[in-house]
Design a protein around this ligand. Structure first.
Ligand code: SF4
Length: 345
């Protein structure tokens, strides 16, 4: 049986017309599936009983289920979801009530194939890509949490959870389509950021596909030797190739580009690194988020000392780079950057 959420509105309409149903019925079902996030066909109360039974016997509807919720002392909420086939994934709600900013960080794959040395997800085998509905559901359910707990809907969506979004390319783009469509959540694509470890070919493809969302590159090192050491993907996608792809992305879309840069003590946080990083900011407008590292078990790194980080960030801002240091959130519940691994503790 086919998952009904794999069908576009057009495909659903054709299906309904072929079975002798009115065109508007397809629109109704589509709205139940996306705008109203129905979790079963039984909920679709404006359809006849017969039609609901027909759909039940011909299609699958497989929403994700909440498995576990953990609250950090700083307000961050991590939710573990169970997928229809038993796999677990995680999403994180990062609230900043003072700025009315409520961000969800969503996963795009079960596990990850890219084995970045500092990341807990990279130690899990990549099992499969999430489908568009499973990505969409994370946003809907965390939006609900945000409304219940903070009385405010989500304002931002970042694809920075488990997995490499550009390796789940089709499904990620489809999920964005639903999130931004009036028949879905109607969110602005400017509020969405897709983050990649750096796959040059796919960054160019985003530009060719004229996406309207923002792009973040998990840079984490400003020279190839260091980057190869922590991110094996850099061996086939070195900095020169990545910069060329980002220039292409900027020229073709004009969308915002951010570098994510986790500061590792004595590894990538000296003045030489800052100089090289500043150089990578000259070809297009870019903002750098420096992120405090959260050590995971057996990782060879520790987080940058406060003084080193201050000097590093000051060098960048003194040289005209738009830089923000992001203190870590949700560390006590393993919800911070690089910590997502379906742990129970
Ligand atoms: S940092 Fe991202 S790309 Fe790298 S292993 Fe972790 S989830 Fe995968």
């Amino acid at each position: 049986m086919q998952d009904i959420r794999q069908l576009s509105l057009e495909e659903l309409t054709n299906y309904f017309l072929e079975m002798g149903e009115k065109r508007f019925r397809a629109k109704q079902v589509y709205e139940w599936l996306w705008q109203k996030s129905a979790r079963s066909f039984a909920e679709m109360t404006n359809l006849s009983k017969n039609l609901r039974t027909h759909l039940e016997t011909h299609f699958l509807l497989r929403p994700i289920e909440i498995d576990k919720v953990q609250h950090s002392s700083d307000g961050t909420i991590k939710t573990r979801f169970r997928l229809y086939d038993g796999y677990l994934i995680e999403s994180v709600l990062i609230p900043v009530p003072s700025e009315k900013r409520f961000t969800v960080c969503v996963s795009s794959q079960v596990g990850c194939s890219l084995t970045c040395s500092f990341c807990a997800t990279g130690r899990m085998k990549r099992e499969r890509n999430l489908d568009a509905g499973e990505i969409y559901d994370q946003v809907v359910m965390v939006n609900q949490q945000s409304l219940e707990k903070f009385g405010h809907p989500l304002t931002n969506i970042v694809y920075m959870g488990m997995g490499e979004p550009l390796l789940a390319y089709k499904n990620v783009l489809k999920s964005v389509e639903h999130l931004t469509s009036p028949e879905g959540l109607n969110m602005s694509p400017r509020r969405i950021t897709v983050s990649t470890a750096g796959i040059a070919k796919m960054i160019k493809k985003l530009a060719d596909d004229k996406v309207r969302f923002n792009l973040a590159l998990s840079l984490h090192a400003a020279d190839d030797t260091k980057r190869n050491e922590i991110m094996p993907i850099n061996e086939q996608n070195n900095l020169e190739t990545l910069m060329e792809a980002l220039i292409y992305f900027h020229e073709h879309t004009g969308n915002r580009i951010t570098y994510e840069y986790i500061a590792f003590n004595n590894f990538n946080d000296n003045i030489g690194d800052a100089k090289r990083l500043a150089k990578l900011c000259r070809s297009f407008p870019v903002k750098i988020n420096i992120i405090e590292y959260n050590a995971i078990d057996d990782a060879p790194f520790s987080k940058s000392e406060e003084d080193r980080l201050d000097i590093f960030a000051r060098y960048l801002s003194d040289h005209g780079v738009n830089v923000t240091v992001r203190r870590s959130r949700g560390r006590d519940i393993d919800a911070a950057c690089g910590q997502l691994a379906n742990k129970d503790a």
